[in-house]
Design a protein around this ligand. Sequence first.
Ligand code: ADP
Ligand code: MG
Length: 324
Amino acid sequence: MKRIAALLLILPLFAACAPREDKRTFFAMDTVMEITVCGEAADEALSAAESELFRLDGMLARGDEGSEVYALNASGGGEVSPETAELISRALEIGGLTDWAFDVTVAPLTDLWGFYDQSYRVPTEEEIAAALPLVGGERVEVSGSRVELGGAKIDLGGIAKGWASQRAAELLRERGVASALLNLGGNVQAVGSHRGKPWRVAVQNPDGGEYVGVLDLTDACAVTSGDYQRFFEDNGKIYHHIIDPKTGRPAESGLRSVTVVCADAALADGLSTALFVMGMDKALELWRAEGGFEAVFVAADGGVYVTAGLEGRFESRGGYKTVK
Ligand code: ADP
Ligand code: MG
């Protein structure tokens, strides 16, 4: 239970909905998911969202022999469903946008460090050097629903939950749900608002204890990537699960966590991983150049930095700096 709690990066803080609140908690995509729906007919909507998340898990889980991603990695290329092709395209787009700090072809590296099947170990220099040439999103080509991996293997773990939460939120909206909160293991998506006010979502402190701050979300999502989510210790050193595709090692960019806030959950998920790898300076350069998202950074020294677009939407008792 302790491990599961550690994986919940953002804890939603909210009072009970009125007149009716329905909540569903289940385990999918290797994480605890919790969906809260306010209003009537919530039960049917929750069931639809839950089945959709299990369906997407079955389609995208790299380790599941029945999944499309498993088949694709085994064959090296071929036809996939239009959905999977679209997700891979989005992932490659975010890769290009972030100078491949986000790269779904990190699979050989996540394997090497044992993050894929929890067989954690520190690989040798030689092993890393041998795996690095297999990594590179530029090798992958998508045309229509055909995907060619070009010798790479893909791991959609850095984007699948965001993508899935967006799909689940769409399903809820189609069923008339106007107010809901989805928490897919720290990928939080708000549908509408909560009793006329924004949903309130806490950004977890990487060291535990008091929240770093609270975000107001209305029809937006917040996704955190941090070094405290999944890690192991070897010889007194901590190794976490976000790999710098350029070094083949857990990223050491001076950050403890990055929370990305935007309307597009797949983008938020991919970017949270990417910005964590890039570090704050490069992340802010990207933010200034591209826009379309906001972020909360927690630095190694505990400092909290918040992009200017979150002005009025972020509250913190511990204090923070606004960056422009
Ligand atoms: P989580 O999935 O734990 O919420 P992230 O969204 O940051 O956290 O994704 C981390 C996962 O993404 C890793 O477990 C691994 O599967 C994959 N991954 C690790 N490093 C990268 C990277 N640089 N680019 C793309 N995916 C990555
Ligand atoms: Mg991510």
